[in-house]
Write a protein that binds this ligand. Structure first.
Ligand code: MRU
Length: 363
């Protein structure tokens, strides 16, 4: 089945598919400067929490690779500058900071052992490639755990784009749907368009269509109607940051879908890697929410659709943990109380739960 490739490390540099132009055009750029990678993250050439983590790791490697520093002592402050520039791009998705922390740990290891700059550069490139490589198996494991919770047939709903474009693997929420579909479940995906940036209409619809998975595109204000009337078996979305108590930040609009799902007795699930946990914050009130340009609300693909008035654009919202029936990760399935189950998953290195809806919870 078709899997989009949003980012790749090549001998020429970091190649990124410009997601702003999808579905109309498939255009890729090759970056050789970490500042270009930072700009690409900020300007949404690449987006989606795990994918921007991969981009940050590759940006950090690129910065080290092309540094003109002649000694480890000169490289160290430059590396801090590189990581700071990448960290300032987008504030909500914690995978970005997770990836930079991982690159910093590797840099510290490499520079404590070697003073040969060539070896350090090679080690950093390998680490970034490893971060990317792991996404595939991580997503596949999330997919296997989550697929068990999908209905045998019928409608499922998602939000935004949590597919291959967003993870650089096979997708988290769409990975779950993809694995369930490949197992023979006859799913039909309801895809809210996800205003104002239209990740649902432009990206999720594109990925599902290319993958041969049946879908119906709906506008965001149709969500309640379809949850009430379309016999939806499950809602599954990705996540940008999951607090210690399970409160979850995801694309703006996710919260209202979760509340409407509860109202209509539809289970609402999150699919995300453990790198999306932020156990340093107790709850969702501590998650920084990115404010994006109001022009993305007043304009649609450059065309003004509203008068010149004040418009708001919080890019994410927080769904309280009480609306989340389960969180699918690569290490198992977490259920309430999340304060315990998330900590258990974060501190193990292997899969905990057997993937069955009835018994696979980690408590
Ligand atoms: O602003 P975006 O497009 O980066 O937002 C993406 C989302 O909200 C996704 O649902 C989330 O990152 C999970 S991606 C697997």
């Amino acid at each position: 089945m078709y899997v989009a490739q949003p980012i790749e490390w090549t001998d020429r540099g970091v190649v990124m598919l410009d997601q702003r132009l999808l579905p109309g055009e498939e255009v890729s750029y090759t970056y050789t400067d970490y500042r270009e990678v930072a700009k690409a993250i900020r300007e949404m050439v690449i987006r989606g929490a795990p994918a921007i983590g991969v981009a940050a790791a590759m940006g950090a490697a690129l910065g080290v690779l092309h540094s003109s520093a002649k000694s480890v002592e000169a490289l160290r402050p430059e590396f801090i500058e590189i990581c700071d520039a990448l960290a300032k791009t987008r504030p909500t998705a914690v995978d970005l900071f997770w990836a930079l922390e991982r690159m910093k740990r590797r840099f510290a290891e490499l520079t404590s052992r070697a003073s040969d700059l060539g070896k350090i550069k090679q080690g950093m490139v390998e680490e970034a490639q490893q971060v990317h490589f792991e996404k595939k198996s991580t997503d596949e494991a999330i997919g296997r755990f989550g697929a068990e919770f999908m209905p045998r047939e019928g409608h499922v709903m998602t939000q935004c784009n949590a597919g291959a474009l967003a993870t650089a693997g096979i997708g988290s929420a769409l990975g779950v749907i993809r694995v369930a579909f490949e197992q023979g479940k006859k799913l039909h995906v309801l895809v809210p368009e996800t205003r104002p940036y239209l990740q649902g209409a432009r990206l999720t619809a594109w990925e599902l269509h290319k993958g041969g998975i049946p879908l119906t595109l709906i506008t965001d204000n149709m969500v309640g109607h379809f949850l009430k009337t379309a016999k939806v078996g499950a809602v599954v979305t990705g996540a940008d940051r999951i607090a210690a108590n399970g409160d979850t930040a995801n694309k703006i609009g996710t919260y209202q879908i979760a509340v409407l799902a509860r109202e209509n007795n539809v289970p609402f699930y999150i699919a995300a890697p453990v790198s999306t946990f932020d156990l340093s914050i107790p709850d969702g009130d501590h998650i920084p929410i990115e404010e994006r340009s109001a022009a993305e609300v007043t304009h649609l693909q450059g065309i003004r659709i509203a008068p010149d008035v004040h418009a708001a654009h919080p890019a994410f919202d927080v769904t309280p943990a009480r609306y989340i029936a389960a969180i699918f990760t690569e290490r198992g399935v977490a259920r309430a109380p999340y304060t315990e189950s998330l900590r258990a998953l974060a501190t193990t290195t292997h899969s905990i739960a057997a993937p069955s809806p009835a018994s696979s919870s980690v408590r």
